[in-house]
Design a protein. Structure first.
Length: 144
């Protein structure tokens, strides 16, 4: 997706409407137009990045810092908020629907009906040997 066909780039450029909550040189935050709960915000990099792998690490850090700040602000605001989910879907299989990196800040409360759905095997804990093998594979990938 190019910058010209990206809704979040359009919002960052002031070419598409959004209810902006925060902006700085690196990131921008605005209300999600399809909120899970009232107060649901998105924090996005000002410069287009389709996936996390395309995102400058410093901007990624900034994304999380601003997400933390906004989580506090949402808790202090008038919206119903007993907890907060910070959620970032990287890739279509992970649930990413807009292909410009975005961190969700979602106010949560008991009985709001939102949540993760776990697969049946989730209840069966893997053996340590299996966890160690996967860990070794990830460590090798880190060194690349
Ligand atoms: Zn974009």
């Amino acid at each position: 997706m190019t910058a010209t066909s990206c809704t979040f780039c359009d919002i960052a450029a002031g070419k598409a409407p959004a209810s902006i909550v925060y902006t700085d040189d690196g990131v921008l935050a605005f209300m999600d137009i399809q909120p899970v709960n009232p107060g649901h915000l998105l924090v996005v990099p000002q410069i287009h990045a389709t996936h996390l792998a395309d995102l400058d690490e410093e901007i990624g850090g900034r994304l999380f810092q601003v997400g933390m700040k906004l989580a506090q602000a949402v808790r202090r605001s008038s919206v119903r908020c007993e907890g907060v989910d910070l959620f970032l879907a990287d890739g279509e299989a992970a649930g990413q629907e807009v292909f410009h990196v975005h961190l969700h800040v979602i106010p949560r409360f008991r009985g709001d009906g939102f949540g993760f759905r776990f697969p049946p095997h989730y209840q069966r804990l893997p053996e340590r040997r299996s966890l160690d093998e996967v860990a070794a594979g990830v460590r090798r990938a880190l060194e690349r």
